[in-house]
Design a protein around this ligand. Structure first.
Ligand SMILES: *[C@@H]1O[C@H](CO)[C@@H](O)[C@H](O)[C@H]1NC(C)=O
Ligand SMILES: *[C@@H]1O[C@H](CO)[C@@H](O)[C@H](O)[C@H]1NC(C)=O
Length: 682
């Protein structure tokens, strides 16, 4: 069932844009209009270094100073075409408004261009306008990133008609109030670089309408869309919440903003699964309180699930925007309950906890309920602060609605953030695991606990890659410690999927365990095997030297490798993923230092950078890697329990290569296997 509110929005979106009826025309079937003035506007890529051929039709946001040859900004490269592009702030700053118009050209069946800058569909967009009646046919806004993303439009409906492009900025915002633009291409050139590389087809106008059809086909049509990692069909998600298994069904709720692919007043989306792999959408579980105050960002923040008295209860942070409600308590704990697990009702006795303990700062969030075997009671940890360091507050409950404060369970040393979010706390063997979000990172500590106070013995990162935050743990009905995290993070500006109307994805379900060194380890759950959509290709035993060896060509698969280090003479090896001649994601292991490095410096539209982890001494001299590729994102699980997750989003359709190369010697693989994976929505 589709929540009514969402369906309405999806229909509105599809009515406002033109969906591709079928596959795009092939490159070879299209005319190459390069240099043909009838088919491409003048100075379509600004390589004259100024606005020659373009007309400023209103305002002062655009002028010759808009054309720049800057190559990078605070978040990385701009990815412009050739040298020059339009950077919307360089003429008159962030808040200036205006409109720029191209010369007229004859529409072909397809066109593409690069867009960057602010997300604001009403006020910041590149538009296709028909000359005859000045009708705005299609438009596309930015993604709140300076870097440029290629948008492709099917314009076959208007082929042959005279049209022009407008670059429109009516945003006076001092934050993301500008739009960037470059390289309009018409006809065959719109689809690729002419060197064997084709652009991913991205853009809200290309999205099939939702029409309550199965997410399976909707998601298959979006080249940025992970196929078996949870994503919302539209809008924004962050923290997973309410993770639980009850009466056989796994429940995954998420912090959710349905109205745009941006954070906003928080709802809880809800999906269920019988195997924690294949998900089905249920109606939105929680919605913000009705408000008539403009800009009121009050909503239902992160929380957890508790099975009690034959019902499933959601115990969560009720967040009140104190700018809209002066004097209110910013964060309290509230409860919603369900007899069926499908529809949730707010408890009439809310709030369950009216606010932070007396005298404590207002920051008091993300209640996580657990059953405490030390005194056989329900307990709850909450993220808090003492002003200088993150803290965990501990409560005891007799039922979901009544909690008493025990005290501060643990205070950090200040180095892991001044405030902590999303704490989780549970026993594994004779140790206790605490993990939380601090400094924008997911951190864990392992140690001991006496029923009221935690003592830390070891600390580390929950995930060594860049795309992980707000992990939530739950114990399933078979007693396993499972977890899912948000494969996103606050510091990144890389949300290219906003161009397709959604943002945010969750990890695959993992099982948590204590590593041999006492740290927290992750491994994929066995149920993920059910995603296999075809036979596994097996290679090996195999020797690979300093000549790259191709392993496979796929971007939706599971790749398992086992390297026999005893028989390896190479000093390091590099595995390339999502590889084409233009880009690749590199995973390098240095044998002596045991350092594994993930390098996405030239990999795609996602976060660019390098992240590394020092692995444990491989057992029996065998290093094993278990890698999940899902369209544009990846998760790497190492045999020792290390995990690295990243969002990459290659720019080209051909970036599906997987190859390996040994450096300074040969590399002995015991086995390599590649298993194609299918959608978790089919
Ligand atoms: C940009 O510079 C060119 C060359 O000097 C000039 O002809 C044109 O009028 C200028 N355009 C704008 C919008 O200022
Ligand atoms: C747990 O340890 C703390 C700190 O040492 C102590 O104050 C508290 O009394 C202990 N609680 C129990 C139940 O032993």
């Amino acid at each position: 069932m589709v929540p009514h509110r969402l369906l309405k929005l999806a229909l509105a979106l599809s009515a406002a844009s033109k969906a591709f009826g079928g596959p795009l025309p092939k490159q070879g079937d299209l005319e190459d209009h390069r240099g043909d003035q009838a088919y491409e506007p003048r100075n379509a890529n600004f390589e004259t270094g100024n606005l020659e051929g373009w007309q400023v039709v209103q305002g002062d946001a655009f002028g010759n100073r808009s054309v720049t040859d800057s190559t990078s900004y605070w978040g990385g490269p701009f990815h412009q075409d050739q040298k020059y592009f339009i950077w919307g702030i360089t003429q008159a700053g962030e808040s200036a408004v205006g409109e720029l118009k191209s010369s007229s050209f004859r529409a072909s069946s397809v066109l593409s261009f690069l867009v960057g800058g602010g997300y604001d569909p009403d006020n910041l967009y590149v538009g296709l306008v028909r000359d005859r009646d000045n009708q705005l046919l299609l438009k596309q806004t930015g993604t709140n990133d300076e870097a440029l993303i290629r948008i492709t439009w099917d314009t076959s409906k208007w082929a042959g008609q005279m049209v022009h492009i407008v670059v429109h900025d009516s945003s006076t915002s001092e934050s993301w109030g500008h739009i960037n633009f470059d390289d309009l291409r018409v006809g065959r050139r719109a689809l690729g670089n002419g060197d064997g590389l084709t652009f991913q087809v991205i853009g809200q106008a290309n999205q099939p309408p939702f029409r309550n059809s199965r997410a399976c086909s909707l998601y298959a049509a979006d080249p940025l869309r992970p196929q078996y990692h949870y994503t919302p069909y539209q809008g924004w998600i962050n923290d997973p919440a309410g993770l639980s298994q009850w009466r056989g069904r796994h429940h995954l709720f998420s912090q959710f903003h349905p109205d745009s692919p941006m954070w906003g007043p928080m709802y809880w989306s809800h999906v269920v699964s019988t195997d924690a792999v294949h998900w089905r959408e249920l109606p939105v579980a929680l919605s913000p309180a009705k408000t008539s105050i403009p800009g009121d960002e009050s909503g239902r923040f992160t929380g957890s699930a508790m099975v009690h008295g034959g019902e499933l209860h959601l115990v969560f942070t009720d967040y009140v925007d104190t700018r809209a409600h002066p004097g209110a308590v910013q964060e309290s704990v509230a409860v919603a309950s369900s007899k069926s697990g499908d529809k949730f009702k707010l408890s009439p006795s809310n709030p369950a906890i009216p606010g932070p303990p007396a005298g404590a700062p207002v920051f008091f969030r993300d209640p996580k309920v657990f059953h405490d075997p030390t005194d056989n009671s329900w307990k709850m940890v909450l993220g808090a602060t003492n002003g200088a360091s993150g803290q965990v507050q501990l409560y005891r409950g007799s039922d979901p609605f009544s909690w008493s404060h025990i005290g501060v369970m643990y205070t950090g040393d200040g180095s892991t953030g001044a405030v902590w979010e999303c704490p989780n706390f549970f026993p594994v063997g004779d140790k206790w695991v605490l993990f939380y979000g601090g400094n924008g990172l997911g951190l864990y500590e392992t140690g001991t606990y006496n029923g009221s106070v935690f003592t830390s013995e070891k600390r580390g990162l929950v995930n060594a890659g860049p795309a992980s935050y707000a992990m939530q743990w739950y114990k399933d009905e078979s007693g396993r410690n499972l977890a899912i995290d948000w494969m996103g993070n606050w510091p990144t500006s890389k949300w290219p999927t906003r161009a397709n109307g959604w943002a945010g994805q969750h990890s695959v379900t993992r099982e948590l365990f204590l590593r041999e060194d006492g740290g927290l380890g992750s491994r994929p759950i066995a149920e993920l095997d059910s995603l296999a959509s075809g036979p596994t290709t097996k290679l090996g035993p195999l020797q690979v030297g300093e000549q790259a060896r191709s392993i496979a060509s796929t971007n939706t698969a599971r790749v398992k490798l086992s390297v026999d280090l005893g028989a390896t003479s190479a000093s390091s090896f590099t595995l390339a993923l999502f590889q084409s001649k233009a880009e690749s994601t590199l995973l390098t292991y240095e044998i002596e230092s045991r350092k594994l490095t993930l390098d996405t410096s030239n990999a795609g539209y996602g976060q660019a950078g390098q992240w590394d982890a020092v692995l444990a001494e491989p057992k029996d001299n065998k290093l094993t890697l278990d890698i999940f590729l899902d369209r544009g994102i990846l998760e790497v699980f190492v045999g020792d329990g290390t995990v690295m997750s990243a969002t990459v989003w290659p720019r080209y359709r051909e970036s599906t290569g997987i190859s390996v190369i040994g450096n300074k010697g040969t590399l002995a693989f015991g086995a390599i296997s590649v298993t194609p994976l299918s959608s978790s929505w089919c």
